[in-house]
Design a protein around this ligand. Structure first.
Ligand code: NI
Length: 167
């Protein structure tokens, strides 16, 4: 297993639209293990392949306190989206920035698991928000893009400045 480098906003590679996984193989599962290890080490609750510069439609999520409830979604698609809820979001690619965003309250997604078996998952609460956030990454969207231009400019400047200071 290996820790992968997480792309940091603003990085143009975060705007790449990921391609569907055509076949779930041992290589896919090895990537998933590395993504999970990277997410746990960060630590974070979700990671999309886009964030580690692999542009395939793969997401890992773990909301459990014991960090043993890994959820893997390959080629996820929305079946249903209902209601609206506002929740504070953060992102491993946008460290230290937390903002309120409106998302669907309840969702149903269809995806393959790590064995290539199709599943349907109903989600609400934090899990629903998290899945929508990670699915956005696969479309090349970072959550700050839902904010005003002014806020985006400020966040960008702050992160670039902070990165310069830590180099
Ligand atoms: Ni994110």
């Amino acid at each position: 297993m290996a820790l992968l480098k997480i792309l940091q906003y603003p990085d143009d590679r975060l705007y790449t639209v990921a391609k569907p996984v055509t076949k779930v193989t041992d290589a896919t599962r090895a990537l998933i293990r590395d993504m999970a290890e990277t997410m746990y080490a960060a630590p974070g609750i979700g990671l999309a392949a886009t964030q580690v510069d692999v542009h395939e439609r793969i997401i890992v999520i773990d909301l459990s306190e014991t960090r043993d409830g890994l959820l893997v979604l390959i080629n996820p698609e929305f079946v249903r989206r209902e209601g609206e809820v506002v929740r504070e979001e953060g992102c491993l690619s946008v460290p230290g920035i937390y903002e309120n965003l409106t998302r669907a309250e309840r969702i149903c997604v269809r995806a393959l698991d790590e064995n290539g078996i199709p599943r349907e998952l109903e989600a609400e609460g934090l899990l629903a928000t998290c899945i929508q956030h990670e699915m956005d990454h696969l479309e090349g969207r970072v959550f700050v893009e839902y904010l005003s231009q002014l806020k985006q400019t400020r966040i960008r400047a702050k992160l670039i400045k902070r990165r310069r200071e830590t180099l």
